[in-house]
Design a protein around this ligand. Structure first.
Ligand code: PMP
Length: 432
């Protein structure tokens, strides 16, 4: 495969854009370096780069593209919004329609607010929780990523840990001091943290199913324990469902797992590919938010008609019967095929899979249950595998900490082709 145009554009991008990328996770730093592939267009499960190479896409733009690229129903909705004038700076009926849709799917969102990114959504849940409880500290789980606002860039998972920056520069120690991190799936650790700081803690923030050190499910009883312990100290439970909402079923991970938080942050899929975030929760908590209450949050682009229209269209498509079962089946087929071929060539690997989302970890055969486990896996081997798969026309995320996402656009043939490509990649890996 020839990547010469990507190499050229990368050199040019480096002259204008810091690091050549507008989000560090797009760089190939964590997979041995080199020019990232510059994509040009996408359709369904495929996208094409600037050298004309076609890839089966499992990156899904880090999650939002659950229907693949350029779905006509979503494209039409965005086109209509553009023709009607993109932005008014006033409320619209669309926002009510979407808020209703989200609340009926995720009933814990008694009141909601739209913002523009997952970062904003999580950042604001924390502010509101602090306003409501009149406390400052938050507890988060090591390796969980919650966007790039100051408070949550501590032991922050995928992007930062991939690049080896556990705590970002530019964040005052005084802010980091307000954050306590405990290992995921460790109720004992949480109980201990709460014993020390429970009465100063505004909220415990958690990805109910982790997506940021690979896909890691909560162990049975973990989330129930988080609720029980947190509420015992009068703190709030915030679920970061930026990756998980509408990923595994029509609703949040909370509905799938039957455990409910006080507040939830959303993003990615609910924007159908356009920028969006949302947060919501119990009415009395949300009433802290301006103009009703003293916690301020605002946005020129918040609730913009294009993002809302794309989100509605995306969710409409997810209401069709059988879509989630199909992604689950394709996910299972992919998992079984990848494991069988890895075994054939003697590679020690393990796959954590939740329905249509999975992570293939190298150098480990036991499931990954926390960040330490994920860190102990073999990133160099993953990097080599990533590049071999790219050469085969399969695009994964360039980090051992990310997920492969199956979309509604993938077919059994795509999965079969991917397994055959993985077979060739594993064979070459064994020879290296
Ligand atoms: N929370 C989680 C769980 C995420 O995975 C991400 C992004 N990967 C964010 C928050 C931040 O979202 P955004 O990139 O839209 O700001």
């Amino acid at each position: 495969m020839n990547f010469q145009n990507s190499v050229h554009y990368y050199q040019e991008a480096l002259q204008y854009i810091v690091g050549g990328v507008n989000s560090p996770s797009r760089s190939f730093k964590a997979v041995g370096g080199g020019a990232p592939v510059f994509m040009e267009r996408g359709k369904g499960a495929y996208f094409w780069d600037v050298d004309g190479n076609r890839y089966i896409d499992y990156l899904a733009a880090y999650g939002p593209l659950i229907h693949g690229h350029g779905h006509p129903h979503i494209a039409k909705a965005i086109g209509r919004a553009a023709e009607n004038g993109l932005l008014y700076g006033t409320p619209t009926k669309l926002e009510i329609d979407f808020a209703k849709m989200l609340r009926s799917a995720i009933p814990s969102l008694e009141k909601i607010r739209f913002v523009n990114s997952g970062t904003e959504a999580v950042m604001t849940t924390i502010r509101v929780a602090r306003a409501f409880t009149k406390r400052n500290k938050i507890i988060k789980f090591a390796g969980c990523y919650h966007g790039h606002s100051d408070l949550v860039l501590v032991a922050a998972g995928s992007g930062p840990s991939t690049l080896g920056i556990p705590d970002s520069a530019g964040i005052p120690q005084s802010i980091a001091n307000e954050v306590i991190t405990v290992p995921f799936n460790d109720l004992g650790g949480l109980a201990e943290a709460l014993q020390h700081w429970g009465h100063e803690t505004a909220a415990v923030l958690v990805e109910p199913i982790v997506g940021n050190f690979g896909m890691v499910p909560p162990e049975p009883g973990f989330l129930q324990g988080v609720n029980e312990l947190t509420h015992r100290y009068g703190a709030l439970v915030i679920y970061d469902e930026v990756i998980t909402a509408f990923r595994f079923h029509y609703g949040g991970a909370q509905d799938l797992l039957n455990v409910y938080p006080d507040m939830t942050a959303l993003g990615k899929i609910i924007g159908g590919g356009l920028p969006i975030g949302a947060y919501g929760g119990r009415q009395e908590i949300m009433e802290q938010v301006a103009p009703l209450g003293p916690a301020y949050q605002a946005g020129t682009m918040a609730g913009n008609p294009a993002s809302i229209s794309a989100g509605i269209a995306c969710l409409e498509l997810l209401q069709e019967a059988g879509v989630y079962d199909r992604m689950d089946q394709l996910g299972r087929m992919l998992e079984e095929g990848l494991l069988a071929t890895a075994k054939r060539y003697g590679h020690p690997v393990v796959i954590n899979r939740i329905k249509g989302a999975l992570t293939l970890y190298f150098g480990r055969t036991e499931p990954v249950r926390n960040y330490d486990d994920a860190q102990s896996t073999d990133g160099e081997q993953f990097g080599r595998f990533f590049k071999l798969m790219l050469e085969e026309g399969i695009c994964l995320a360039p980090s051992k900490y990310e997920a492969w996402f199956v979309s509604t656009a993938h077919t059994e043939e795509d999965i079969q082709y991917t397994i055959q490509a993985a077979d060739r990649a594993f064979a070459k890996l064994a020879d290296q």
